[in-house]
Ligand binder design. Structure first.
Ligand code: ZN
Length: 183
């Protein structure tokens, strides 16, 4: 029986904050849980999971999904993975294997890129998860609930690490409006 919670939404929707809260309120002791984040996200201090608002959670940074099983010792019962969309398609098999071993997994990720397309492994992970937490941000234009990420730059590379300098949360109407006028 799998126990996989996937927290997803656009940028600035509070995904990492929710992940950290779930880590804090988990019934397991600190030596029984582990936090993991892809190495490529260099926005914040190495060796921890951070939110935009500065809350931190000590964790491991790994460069590829295959490294995750090597971090799991016999005490670990729960795994928290942030920015899971950056791990690429092979994260799916790792999540599957660890779930089959009876580990509880909580992951947070961006479901769509700035073009509105599914982000890498997210659709399969959504399908595999048995608990969905869909978070919304606030549209930068109108203040309504937002589930799209708008990129202010014209560069079309899918992965561009940035913060409020580069991205905005927008509702569907204002995301479409922005895409139509800037491209
Ligand atoms: Zn709006």
């Amino acid at each position: 029986m799998r126990d996989f919670t996937l927290i997803f939404g656009c940028m600035f929707s509070g995904k990492t904050t929710r992940l950290i809260e779930m880590h804090q309120y988990s019934s397991f002791d600190s030596f029984e849980k582990i936090a993991i984040k892809p190495l490529m996200d260099t926005r914040y201090a190495a060796g921890s999971v951070n939110t935009h608002s500065g809350i931190q959670l000590p964790g491991h940074r790994v460069s590829k999904p295959e490294e995750i099983p090597t971090l799991i010792n016999q005490h670990i019962k729960e795994i928290f993975i942030d920015e899971i969309q950056f791990f690429g398609d092979s994260i799916y098999q790792v999540v599957l294997d660890l779930s089959l071993q009876g580990l509880r997994i909580v992951a947070a990720g961006l479901d769509k890129d700035f073009m509105g397309n599914d982000f890498g492994p997210m659709p399969r992970l959504k399908q595999f998860s048995n608990n969905h937490i869909f978070l919304k941000a606030k549209c930068e234009v109108c203040g309504q609930p937002a589930s799209f990420t708008y990129r202010k730059s014209l560069d079309d590379t899918q992965i561009m690490i940035g913060h409020k300098d580069l991205y905005e949360a927008r509702c569907e109407t204002h995301w479409k409006e922005g895409m139509a006028t800037s491209r």
